[in-house]
Design a protein around this ligand. Structure first.
Ligand SMILES: [Fe+2]
Length: 199
């Protein structure tokens, strides 16, 4: 009787990784959360490697285009780099299609949410909406409106989104184009994804 009462009072915990951990969040302690925070740190600082891994996975996906999706991303980023775009524009040109590793449908939004803590608000919106801008070049073949970008005309990032889409992204399907290597973009990936701008 006394033992049952005692067991109901103390939070249930399991021994995990040398530490007694709660089995439900509302029974957690400050120490539990400090332990979880410390255990998460290696995962957080490994973000650049996961982004690189997603880019590498795109090499295996061509989807009917003349080039695979890694080549497309490298060509988009190389074109941005050759146009002396800012580091951030080169970065988002490189990673703008990594959402396709998960799903082509909604890939812009997927990528935007992944990069949100690491880039400016402008960059986030450019990637989030990039299909609406891209549609101008081919949606008429799918009976979809081609002027979806119009809704963003007053946004401060509109001109940058237009340059990204029209000058680089939609032109980056050329197998003859000599792309810069993924290796050459790794310092940029480290620079942005090494630590989030927003916690
Ligand atoms: Fe693209």
């Amino acid at each position: 009787m006394v033992l049952t009462l005692f067991l109901n009072i103390i939070p249930k915990s399991v021994f995990k990784g040398g530490f007694f951990m709660f089995t439900r969040m509302d029974k957690g302690t400050k120490e539990d959360w400090e332990h979880i925070g410390a255990e998460h740190l290696p995962h957080i600082v490994d973000m650049p490697n996961r982004v690189i891994g997603m880019l590498e996975q795109l090499e295996g996906f061509t989807g009917g285009f003349a080039v695979n999706q890694l080549h497309h991303c490298l060509q988009t980023a190389t074109m941005a780099r050759n146009a002396n775009a800012s580091d951030e524009m080169v970065l988002i040109s490189l990673i703008h299609d990594i959402g396709k590793v998960i799903s082509v449908i909604g890939h812009g939004e997927i990528c935007a949410e992944i990069i949100k803590p690491y880039v400016s608000e402008d960059a986030y919106h450019i990637i989030r909406t990039h299909q609406d801008f891209q549609g101008e070049h081919y949606y008429h073949y799918m009976d979809k409106p081609t002027d979806l970008r119009k809704q963003y005309e007053d946004e401060p990032w509109y001109a940058k989104a237009t340059e990204f889409t029209d000058d680089w992204d939609q032109q980056a399907f050329d197998p003859e184009f000599e792309v810069d290597s993924l290796e050459s973009f790794k310092p940029l990936i480290e620079q942005f994804f090494g630590a989030p701008q927003q916690a």
